[in-house]
Design a protein around this ligand. Sequence first.
Ligand code: HT7
Ligand code: ZN
Length: 855
Amino acid sequence: PTVIHRADYRVPDWLVPDIALDFALDPETTRVHATLSVTRNGAHDRPLRLDGDGLVPLEVLVDGRPLDPNEWTLDNDTLVIPLGGERHSVETRVALAPSANSKLMGLYASGGLLCTQCEAEGFRRITFFPDRPDILSRYTVRMEADKTAYPVLLSNGDPVASGEAADGRHWAQWNDPFPKPSYLFALVAGDLSCNADHFTTMSGRAVKLGIWVREADLPRTEHAMKALKDSMAWDERTYGREYDLDVFNIVAVDDFNFGAMENKGLNIFNSRYILADAETATDADYDAVEGVVAHEYFHNWSGNRVTCRDWFQLSLKEGLTVYRDQCFSADMGSPAVKRIEDVRALRAAQFPEDGGPLAHPVRPESYMEISNFYTATIYNKGAEVIRMMALLLGPDRYRKGTDLYFARHDGQAATCEDFVRAMEEGGGIDLTQFRRWYEQAGTPRIAVSVKHDPDSHSATVTLEQSLPPTPGQPTKQPMAIPLRTALFDRQSGEQTGEQTLLLTQDSQSFRFEGINSPPVLSINRGFSAPVIINAQRSQDELAFLSAHDDDPFARYEAMQQLMVNALVHGITTGTLDPKPVIAAIRNTATDPALDDAFIAEAVRLPSEAYLGDQMPVVDPDAIHEARDRLQRAIGEALEPLWRNLHRRSARPVFDLSPASKGARKLRNMALVYIVASGAEDGARVAFAQFEQANTMTERQAALAVLANGTSDEREAALDIFYNRYRDDALVLDKWFQTQALAFHPDTVPLVEQLAKHPDFTLNNPNRVRSLYGAFAANQWAFHQKGGRGYTILGDLIVALDPINPQTAARMIPPLGRWLRFDADRGALMQAQLRRILAQPGLSKDVTEQASKSLP
Ligand code: HT7
Ligand code: ZN
């Protein structure tokens, strides 16, 4: 496949200021008639080139005249039309088969609906068009469909007309006044019901809000609607951004390759990020609904009004929008817990990506298939980069920078460089070196040492940074790294005043004055930079910070580091000392100043995968065994405490207040430790929680705990859960996921069985992710000796690629981590990658990921 390079960007030869689309919708054969007004861009004599993907032109007209087939050519999939004048009207007619579209890109059928997904390059599967984000057009859309099967017809912008047509059909027309790139086009037709509401903007305009779902799902849309209104108000308050159309619609669909899509005025969502009620959604699901609704809404400015010049700039909209949704969710709930969750997600997904064969900069230099670049690096590391700039500028200057960015680039297709320049000018700061965060891949490592000088009452903190080589980048330049840092006095427990140290050189020292005794270092507070710190702090110092640090993230981090040290020492030497961990947990769990949600986060053991990341070679069995042992020791030593917390945090009535959510989080954590203690009644306590739960948060947590064991209650709970929820796809996903994630000796054969279950299907990405995505994340089971897990994933990728290559390609990275494991496992993982690559007719998506993952 062809490789596209950032350096090859050229302005478009032809622009398309207006496009009219006419759809005769039908699931078997949809006819699309497109009329493009095209204008020559600059002085050149190059033909008009319109991207297509699997399209056959049935008719091509220029300025109303039908062309002979020899007046145009099809160059691979691209329609090439020589044009003589400066502006023309170009018409094409094509036919599509939405029901046969299993890739879920372009126009496809899902659960009786017809809907579209165009980002990144799906529009070319609908009509011939220069399908690149720097072509901004005004869209007029007319669609016609059977009135009984598709009573609701939606598109971008405002509805302008509708009427009856022959043969039981009807039509509607929508106009979008805002010029937009083709990836933001959307259309939905179906039998949908609407949760209708309204929002009055800061300038007093009334906006009609609609969330469109199956009628039976309407009661499950309240949380999403609240999230939407909260997001609209927050973006006005925080960024001065007002919504611009009279209508904002959201549609939920069951089959979706991603979380959601920010189409102008018509967001389309994976139903798992819209539907929520206490019976079927966990608190984490509620939070995800709130976060994704906000994310898509925020794109209206960071992505739609100001879009991307080319796909190398993807993080311009995604990094900024993730940062915006993270801040929103922090403001809606607990900032401390939100930060902990976001850092955990970054470390689980982005750090391994940055340290593996698929590492790429936040602004990549090349790609084969852009769908492969919707990554944790573009999204989550991109958000960290924005967060660092916000820290360096401070709130007021950051806001000046974003105001300037939005004002200067409104209605344009911009670049990451444009954003950084706006930050520089708005904030009055030089970000020359900081730009390396966009250029250099890899996670910086920082070695820290602290020297106390009693004579001068000062302490010197010395930082040394290094950035490992990544594919295509063998050597690196030093990064600009802002590290919020404080020193603590051991006796008083007081800190000496926080400073943001800006590390810009390979090695640099910073002096703190007024330090009377050897201090305890608190560094990267709030996780101010996405780096790995090696500060060589003793277990004693970490215990001190876990009790005294006034930065909640740093306090959590000290606790995690304490646990990691105990476990890594236990794994490498065979002797595990649980005492310091138990003491710190006791201290934290009984601290009356801490809230339940924070305690639950702080006492949770690091995941097996995170522990693997701390070791030179991952040993899945040793990690599992040591973590299990420590969990049991903590359970046993503090059993009365866990039982007390478990009882105390029960809530008879469901509500979504932070206190109630925190109580449920702590109750579930306590249950983990009660069962881990080996208490004779552990499974019964879990089963009782499972049966009596008044929320999915408690029910699923109890099911997960039982699924890890081999008790009779395990099978009973799994059966009850299945029979109760078998008709609810989103909850059934949890049933598959829980079993694939289970620390159970038979998880591998169970996953093989579940793949043959009548409710399993390769056609629904949520179901695929719930079984195989979860399994690949279960380090102990997936990496079981002998490579059966790798074969399972290899078989899946081979079977899924012809159906849905995007989803298949997303399953490759777990196999690409072979360098992190022993030689036997590594060879078996590579063998699967080679087998996949040998498949005839392999997609570009899987080819790129598999070939880059091999040496
Ligand atoms: N901007 C959206 C990206 C997206 C997507 C990308 C590839 C294939 C399918 C997709 N569906 C949505 C999602 C977002 O970041 O908001
Ligand atoms: Zn996004």
